[in-house]
Design a protein around this ligand. Structure first.
Ligand code: ATP
Length: 365
């Protein structure tokens, strides 16, 4: 049983190894359930990402952990202390906001020192920690600049240094790359991951970018309309989606509705048959573009005749929508120079059906 959630932090009677523990958290605004019965445990040193489309409740969940939003019901604990009603500065968290929220009139050094001043760290210890943080984010020469004199990537790193300076138990990041251009975003996420790994801080991170989530996280929580759809490692989420929402949200894929017959083969609504050994019953087949190959590469699988519906050249590969027995599938292939298929072309394609995942309509059936 949990201790009573009064207005003061209390040790929980039921302890857990998790650093952050959300239990049955809900947040309602009038008749809207922004967060709906969400339970998440974040382990020590883990980097956990909340991923989902705009409006699914991920920022509200993060702000409930930070203490900027009070949940309608449920509890938040950090290091086994009930924090549900504690103000943000009592929670031992460091937060990096989408807009970085650096204090514009303070130098970089003063921004980084801010939290330590509030916590009444001694001057010498504070100054040493500021230097250490600037070395960590590789910007030791910018201590005296104002935020307006920094690039977007530099501001992002200073915001991270400020959040980490007080050695928080939990680092909270709200879409920290959204203000950066595409190239810088890729570089910064690699750097950020290195820094977070280096200091081994437990991290909760919000994004709507599936590539960001797959490359950075230890585990991903996929949210949809306030609820959790699936929690798992990036590999689990991509290779073993449990719902068609997760399959469609993570990476490119085709989801076909159909039924597995007594012989274990899947037949899609329009008639496309995928031989296999699945359990009979209704379900959805998830087919990733990379599972469809050209027979010339001698892949294992079943070969089908396909008509090209659309073809888009991306440089490193061409993404092609093909019609196979009345179902439209997406494939991705690097064709020899000058041989990219055009709409109306007919191709032979091979599908390794053993790699295809069937999502059961009703897992109990
Ligand atoms: P985004 O990626 O667009 O930031 P999100 O997944 O972070 O979206 P939230 O900001 O958590 O979504 O919002 C979840 C839902 O709650 C949305 O429908 C939003 O409009 C609503 N919401 C959030 N804050 C409030 C508020 N203060 N008052 C009323 N509704 C709110």
């Amino acid at each position: 049983m949990l201790a009573m959630t009064g207005k003061h932090a209390t040790a929980l009677q039921e302890t857990s190894d998790a650093v952050v523990e959300l239990r049955s958290i809900s947040k309602t605004y009038r008749d809207l359930a922004a967060v709906d019965n969400v339970s998440i445990s974040v382990g020590r040193g883990e980097l956990l990402c909340l991923l989902g489309p705009s409006g699914c409740g991920k920022t509200t969940t993060l702000r409930i952990v930070a203490g900027f939003v009070e949940p309608t019901s449920g509890t938040v604990s950090i290091n086994n202390m009930d924090m549900t009603f504690q103000p943000p500065h009592r929670r031992d968290t460091g937060m990096v906001f989408q807009s970085y929220a650096l204090f514009p009139h303070m130098t970089v050094a003063a921004n980084i020192a801010f939290g330590m001043e509030n916590l009444k760290w001694a001057r010498a210890e504070r100054d040493e920690r500021v230097r250490e943080m600037l070395r960590l984010v590789e910007l030791p020469h910018l201590a005296d600049r104002l935020p307006s004199q920094l690039s977007g990537g530099q501001q992002q790193r200073i915001a991270l240094a400020r959040a980490l300076a007080i050695r928080p138990a939990v680092l909270l990041l709200d879409e920290p790359f959204s203000n950066l251009d595409a190239q810088l975003r890729v570089r910064m996420r690699e750097e950020l991951r290195e820094v977070i790994r280096g200091v081994e801080v437990t991290t909760l991170f919000v994004t709507h970018d599936q590539e960001e989530a797959l490359t950075m996280s230890d585990r991903i929580v996929v949210m949809n309309a306030g609820k959790i759809e699936q929690i798992g490692t990036p590999g689990d989420i991509y290779e073993k989606p449990e719902t068609s929402f997760v399959a469609k949200f993570i990476g490119q894929c085709t989801v076909l509705e159909g039924i597995v017959g007594a012989d274990g083969a899947f037949t899609a609504k329009a008639g496309l048959r995928l031989p296999g050994n699945w359990k009979p019953g209704p379900g959805c087949a998830v087919i990733r573009p990379e599972q469809i190959k050209m027979p010339s590469d001698r892949p294992a699988g079943v070969t089908y005749k396909a008509r090209v519906v659309q073809s888009h050249y991306y440089g490193e590969a061409t993404r092609v929508v093909i019609d196979v027995n009345g179902e439209q599938l997406m494939m991705q292939e690097r064709f020899p120079f000058g041989l990219n298929p055009k709409s109306g072309d007919v191709l032979n394609v091979t599908l390794d059906t053993s790699e295809i995942r069937i999502i059961r309509k009703n897992p109990q059936s």
